[in-house]
Unconditional design. Structure first.
Length: 158
């Protein structure tokens, strides 16, 4: 089962939480549920919600929020919790130390629930695969840069 299929299967049964303990919304495609990340008028789904990862002006959203999955320097991104277990990190950063924990791009997560779950899993799987390819390329580029730098430094001491 892919990460997206898993997320679609737990619709309404998991939630986001910031690493400071703040509840950030129910993973649900129910646009009327006040706690849903899909509710465009709620605290957790609105671009103006105080606890919404979609709010670019709060500490839980935007490129500078200290707990934001959109902040490339955030080392403590939101967690996805299902059955009292942390199952995913939500982040755009390529540099988060996940210790083997799977990660998901917040745009993919939000899109999955906004579009209704299973109907979009195939398209979302393709998007997620492309994201994985970009991450692998970024890792390879970093590895090559480090190897080149090490070779340059080593040549100075010959």
């Amino acid at each position: 089962m892919s990460i997206l299929e898993f997320l679609a299967s737990i619709n309404g049964a998991a939630y986001l939480v910031a690493q400071n303990g703040q509840f950030l919304g129910l993973l649900s495609n129910d646009r009327c549920n006040r706690d849903s990340i899909s509710n465009p008028c709620g605290d957790y789904g609105s671009p103006c919600g105080a606890y919404s990862i979609s709010n670019p002006c709060c500490i839980y959203g935007g490129s500078s929020g200290i707990y934001s999955p959109y902040n490339p320097a955030c080392t403590n991104p939101p967690l996805t919790v299902h059955q009292n277990q942390v199952v995913l990190l939500v982040t755009k950063s390529n540099y988060v130390i996940s210790s083997g924990m799977p990660t998901i791009d917040p745009d993919i997560l939000l899109s999955l629930y906004a579009q209704g779950g299973y109907g979009t899993v195939k398209t979302m799987n393709q998007m997620y695969a492309r994201q994985g390819e970009r991450l692998n390329q970024a890792r390879a580029n970093t590895h090559n840069s480090l190897n080149n730098a090490a070779a340059t430094i080593a040549s100075l001491f010959k």
